[in-house]
Write a new protein. Sequence first.
Length: 407
Amino acid sequence: MYKKMLTRMAGDIHGIIRDLHAGPYTHHNGKSITQFLFPIISGFFVCCFLACHAKTLTPFTPELHPQCAQWTLCLQDMRTYWANTQRPVIAVHDLDPNHPDFTILVQTLQQLHFLPKDPEPVIHGSVVDILAVQNALKTLQGLMKLPVTGVLDEKTVDALNTENPILMEKIDHVQKEWQKMGPLPKHYILCNIPAFTLDVMDHGVSVLHSRVMVGKVESKTPEFSGFIYSIVFNPTWVLPHSQYKIYGPLVGTDGYYWHQGKLLQKPGPKNHLGQVKFLTRRPDAIILHSTHEPELFADPDRAYSIGCIRVQSFQDLAEQILSRDGVNGSISIILDKKIQKNVTLKHPFPVYAVYRRLWIQNGVIQYFSDVYGHDLVKKIRDFGPNHSPTVSLFQKPRIKNQKKQIH
């Protein structure tokens, strides 16, 4: 782009010099040469500067994008590994730890970021964690559209030994999707829906990692960006109309009651919001909250809610948010006393919910199931060449009035 601009400006400058040499001091359209000289020459030097520094200009801030930085390193390591013609090649087609090639298999999975580079999580003394190796192979197989078996078959061996453009293209694509987000704030909450996880990020580093539950297939949790404006301890649940048929017959039990035509549930051990809710003021009333069924966090697939995000480490999350709002100390006293308290934040806390099946955590690639079938939808839907839902998704949200919140 800069080369074309430079060529065009060089032609204009050449024409000006030619006119100056021929005289009189006017351009062929009758205007003064000085009207053209300053902007064109100034633009010429600007383009020279941009052309010289184009490689150093980046559209995002790497330290605030841990996924971008990790994917960049991952791509570099993959290209370096496959470019090394002297590297050992895997020949074994089984997972026998006593086979000489098993060490090569582990090292290959580490170099390609499917296993931690620190061997400790894989090899405990003389005992090899076969399950970790199988899970790494399943991740690779899922990415390569191979049968996800965890078995080191011939096609999986070929995928490890040979550079695969499909894999590289997928990683390059997901890295660009993260770059589209633009600069992120210093502190924010990042929830990955298909991973069923949430992180509190501080300057690109996760300071809190928690399991979450998300919406069922029929009540999907949307991708969104927004703010947490207030935290309510020991909250009342105001049920959405869609739940009246289910919980209306329970009025008089488990804390359900009618008030001014609305169905509510009192604070207590059976309250569906649990002990804490984090209000977002979203039009669709999606919020974050705890739950009265914490045992469900043990399940691997946790699509159980009617749209909201249930947080396992809700107390730690509340303390993280409040500490950055100037309120320090434990919230356990408030929770123990069963007092309903609404804390409005002086500084709303940013929150992002994304749908990323391909993820990298501590340098290790993870590949999650398509819980909502988004990949199939993306194949059918034509967004057009200039449309990206990710770009519009992460525009800075506007502050809106308080809306009713659902579970």
